[in-house]
Design a protein. Structure first.
Length: 164
């Protein structure tokens, strides 16, 4: 993420994207410990689209070709039929752009670490801090997605802090 945030662009070359935000949020367990996930809202230019799998599955010709492939016991035919267009997958040759990030997911620091960062040392203060977090629906170390506005706020703070 550092080159992307610092430079504003990361040339990824050919990669799989999805048009389904819910699928993107759940893909490969984005909430696993020690990771940060991002969602990009990119409107591809015609030259960036390598293959639109969802559009292929929408055609009768492709569906017939897949059925024939399965009938001939083609390698991985079952996988092809299992996934179909379920992933809303589009293969693009497009860069990742910092300004197109619309979602971040990660876990906050542990409660004790947050208390230390806030200068909270007394148990009574910690109890009040915990109550404040719970009332706001925030639980330390619980993974959550930021809203697009939250993403903008984070990116602006990073740019300001690192003079980008």
């Amino acid at each position: 993420m550092v080159p992307l945030i610092r430079d504003g662009i990361l040339n990824e070359s050919v990669a799989s994207w999805t048009t389904n935000k819910n699928y993107a949020q759940d893909f490969k367990d984005p909430l696993r410990t020690g990771t940060v996930s991002a969602i990009f809202a990119h409107r591809p230019k015609a030259g960036e689209v390598v293959l639109n799998i969802e559009a292929l599955w929408a055609t009768t010709e492709f569906q017939t070709a897949v059925a024939n492939y399965k009938d001939r016991d083609g390698p991985h035919a079952n996988a092809l039929l299992h996934f179909k267009s379920r992933q809303s997958e589009v293969i693009l040759n497009a860069p990742l752009l910092r300004d197109e990030i619309v979602g971040f997911c990660g876990r906050s620091s542990p409660f004790e670490t947050l208390c230390g960062m806030a200068g909270i040392a007394q148990e009574e203060e910690k109890d009040l801090f915990w109550k404040h977090l719970v009332e706001g629906g925030t639980f330390p170390e619980q993974a959550r997605w930021l809203s697009p506005q939250g993403v903008k706020n984070v990116l602006e703070r990073v740019r300001t802090r690192f003079n980008l």
